[in-house]
Design a protein around this ligand. Structure first.
Ligand code: ZN
Ligand code: ZN
Length: 156
């Protein structure tokens, strides 16, 4: 049961990330997300990011961390395993997002073994996210999710 709660929380976070990206980041909080989109026009996909440091966009990471921390503390202090597992699911999703999006795709830091050994699924994730950053058409730009995307990106 706890594991199911963890997996559901993880899957739910993909939905949260997708809807937040689509309606909030490209909506009324575009001013926080904008700097995530300006840099990549100047940069080839396979080079390590030269401009180091934080983006305003990273504020979203902090906001996502808050519910996970609150749930974890509440779960631990009330010995409620369900809350602990839900918090773990959110945290694992955040870690996945960071590794796939910030390390593997945007190469903000160098972790060679992650960046060089991409499987078919990871390559499709990269293709889908690249489509959002460097869209050739409106459909491309519409890739607001990370782990879930149209199947056509498996063939690119
Ligand atoms: Zn975006
Ligand atoms: Zn990105």
């Amino acid at each position: 049961m706890n594991i199911i709660a963890l997996l559901l929380a993880y899957a739910f976070m993909e939905f949260v990330a997708w809807s937040n990206h689509k309606y909030v980041m490209h909506g009324f909080l575009w001013r926080w997300h904008k700097d995530h989109h300006v840099n990549d026009l100047k940069r080839a996909d396979d080079e390590l990011r030269k401009e180091k440091g934080f983006e305003k966009n990273d504020l979203f990471f902090l906001i996502y961390a808050i519910p996970a921390i609150v749930l974890m503390i509440t779960g631990l202090s009330n010995k409620n395993n369900l809350l602990i597992f839900i918090a773990a699911g959110i945290t694992l999703y955040g870690l996945t997002y960071f590794l796939l999006h910030d390390v593997i795709y945007h190469k903000r830091i160098r972790i060679t073994f992650l960046q060089e050994n991409n499987n078919r699924y990871t390559r499709a994730i990269i293709a889908a996210h690249r489509a959002h950053h460097k869209p050739k058409n409106a459909k491309d730009f519409n890739n607001y999710g990370l782990l879930v995307f149209p199947l056509r990106y498996f063939n690119q």
